[in-house]
Design a protein around this ligand. Structure first.
Ligand SMILES: [Zn+2]
Length: 351
């Protein structure tokens, strides 16, 4: 099954494609792979962590961005994709070998004259062999055939029609992959009461009476907006995974449970989160139980708002998740010696 590490929309959507490109390209040591530098911020590391998952969907981050050549000051001549879907070092490997500066920019190799592009080669030796000359001819005619753009070089994310990097485009591709592998059965957890797990089970089957689900069954609803954010249509997927209220709950839970930030593409990511969480199987079962309690608690809050004029409150919801999960897990998992204080720090002895 393709699970899991998961993208919460916001942080990643906020970085521009330049940030991504910079991170991919501006590392001399590992230009042919994606560098993970300690100094890079969280979202980028999250992207790296799902790289394997993206590869299952045939998204190779390395090739997912291409440059639109204009002034040539930002594109690496051999290493970036710009003149061809393949970087030129892949397309013309023999020439690449003999270039004296493997990391040169496009402007270092191509100038302009009235007659068209003007090539500025800098080979490691005085002459090229027959094969290299042949490749050079092909390379020059490829570049001569390109349209000349004005302005500065731009970058395009190839999975979006407008070329801009966004989470929605990744999500779309991944959801088609996830669908193929949707043999996952709902996993119950006897450390929480059945009434709690059943909310997640219904959400997983799209059988919770959300506003969109009711309206799809021709049951009149006042409006279809999510009551937690007021901005998007209320589906199970939105309510528990995409809504910024839910996202802040998940980020807080990750922090508390000392697991990497939870980034969700969809509801199923929450249900399989424990499978990739670090730690013993007991700890993973606890995390699974906490997720089920959180889903139950978010749904309960949603109902309080819809039916009893409640107001969304992240702190209150988190407190409820922690205390109810403590009560249930302590007794059902036979962890009677676990103190509330230990639970609050998620410092669980023996796990
Ligand atoms: Zn919402």
């Amino acid at each position: 099954m393709i699970a899991t590490p998961v993208l919460v929309g916001n942080p990643i959507a906020e970085w521009g494609v330049e940030g991504v490109i910079w991170a991919i390209h501006r590392n001399a040591r590992s230009w042919n792979d994606i560098p993970v530098k300690k100094s890079l911020s969280g979202p980028w590391k999250n992207i790296i962590s799902i790289r394997q998952l993206l590869l299952h969907a045939d998204i190779d981050l390395k090739n997912a961005v291409s440059a639109v050549w204009a002034n040539g000051k930002n594109i690496q001549f051999w290493l970036d994709s710009w003149a061809d879907p393949l970087p030129l070092y892949v397309k013309f490997p023999d020439l690449f070998k003999v270039d004296s500066n493997k990391q040169c920019l496009v402007e270092d190799r191509v100038g302009f004259s009235d007659a068209g592009p003007l090539f500025i080669w800098a080979w490691v030796r005085a002459s090229l062999d027959v094969n290299e000359c042949h490749q050079l001819q092909q390379l020059e005619s490829l570049i001569e055939s390109l349209a000349v753009n004005v302005g500065v070089d731009r970058w395009c994310w190839k999975y979006d029609a407008n070329g801009s990097f966004n989470v929605a485009s990744i999500k779309k591709i991944l959801s088609s992959v996830n669908r193929d592998s949707q043999a996952r059965a709902f996993e119950w957890n006897n450390w929480v009461p059945k009434k709690v797990a059943i909310v997640a089970w219904r959400a997983d089957m799209e059988r919770l009476p959300t506003k969109c689900a009711l309206s799809a069954r021709n049951i009149p609803v006042q409006d279809q907006f999510c009551v937690l954010c007021g901005e998007y249509e209320e589906t199970s997927e939105h309510l528990f995974a995409a809504c910024h209220f839910a996202q802040s709950i998940w980020l807080n839970i990750a922090d508390w449970c000392r697991i990497p930030p939870i980034i969700t593409f969809g509801f199923e990511d929450l249900l399989s989160l424990h499978e990739i969480s670090p730690g013993s199987s007991k700890k993973r079962k606890i995390i699974h139980a906490v997720v089920l309690v959180a889903v139950w608690s978010i749904w309960k809050l949603r109902n309080e708002i819809v039916f009893r004029n409640g107001v969304p409150n992240t702190t209150k919801t988190l407190d409820e998740i922690k205390s109810m999960a403590y009560l249930w897990i302590k007794n059902r998992a036979k962890m009677v010696s676990m103190s509330w204080e230990e639970w609050g720090r998620f410092s669980l002895t023996g796990l």
